[in-house]
Design a protein around this ligand. Sequence first.
Ligand code: MRU
Length: 367
Amino acid sequence: MKVGDTHYRSIWYDSDKAKTMIIDQRWLPHEFRVVELDTLDEFATAIRDMWVRGAPLIGATAAYGIAVEMQRDASDKALDAAWELLHETRPTAINLRWALDEMRQALGGLSEGDRPAAAFRKAEEICDADVETNRLIGVHGLEIIRKIAATKKPGEPVNILTHCNAGWLATVDWGTATSPMYHAVKDGIEIHVWVDETRPRNQGAQLTSWEMNSHGIPHHLVVDNAGGHLMQHGMVDVVIVGTDRTTATGDVCNKIGTYLKALAAHDNNVPFYVALPSSTIDWTVEDGVREIPIEERNDREVTHVFGRLEDGTVTSVQISPDGTPGGNPAFDVTPARLVTGLITERGVAEASREGLLGLFPERRSAA
Ligand code: MRU
């Protein structure tokens, strides 16, 4: 999407430099920094320390990480070791394993000499496919927004609440939850977005707000606890969020706090949609609450906040007393019964095994 007048993806291969480039998201919205990743260790660090984040982008970055390692050493041993190293960086988003498996499958039968070029081709293919997938999610999600818009009086926007950042920065382009929003705006539908700040790392405040600003989409940043109140007062027409892993039965794992939004939406009859590429479905998992590993991150993310001081310095400050430990589960699981629908690249499915299999019938034999 656009940054100023320039179109960016969140990750790309710069053929002049022969380097993989990313936007270092830790500095947004205060500084727009593009960095190159050179070694497998740098790719692993970029994912682990969240220079890049968001399920689809984590997968795409890992794919380029494998490609870079194949340039150094294209042996089976190096391929397996790279798979392991990258896989361990973040445990919850399933797109990571999906992309690593895609890479291993594409390279497995090739000679060592053929692997580097094939690996870069495959990484690029994963990125291009992600862009098209997210575009299609937008096309299908647009129908949901259009139907709500048809119930509005002239000049009244469709109010959409979103949590975390499931925008273009979390994917290669378009975003999952935000793609329907961009499509609605292009279609001339008036929308307004409530952006949850999303503590502890504030992906909503720092990233989604920045994306909305950059595209002139009317929005307000709200604290995480505001959603229930807004819904009780008819100020939210629909919730659209992303997901890091969705089970074969339609349970949705997403950024911590998503479950509470789903409960509030259910209590207030507000439709709760989840936008996802099929690479986010973990067909091996039945019960999201019991089976999905939840990443526990450093408690410093809770005890400190990152931001810009009035003198312009970008830094983090402590908000809790010395000695108070933080607890930091990064994701939670929203049971399928609270989800109105899953917006995928093939259409909108009911959040259930049958709903998903209806869109992905090739999975029936495995089910
Ligand atoms: O910890 P993060 O920032 O990687 O978490 C990201 C999210 O939870 C997103 O909502 C999810 O990955 C969907 S992204 C299209």
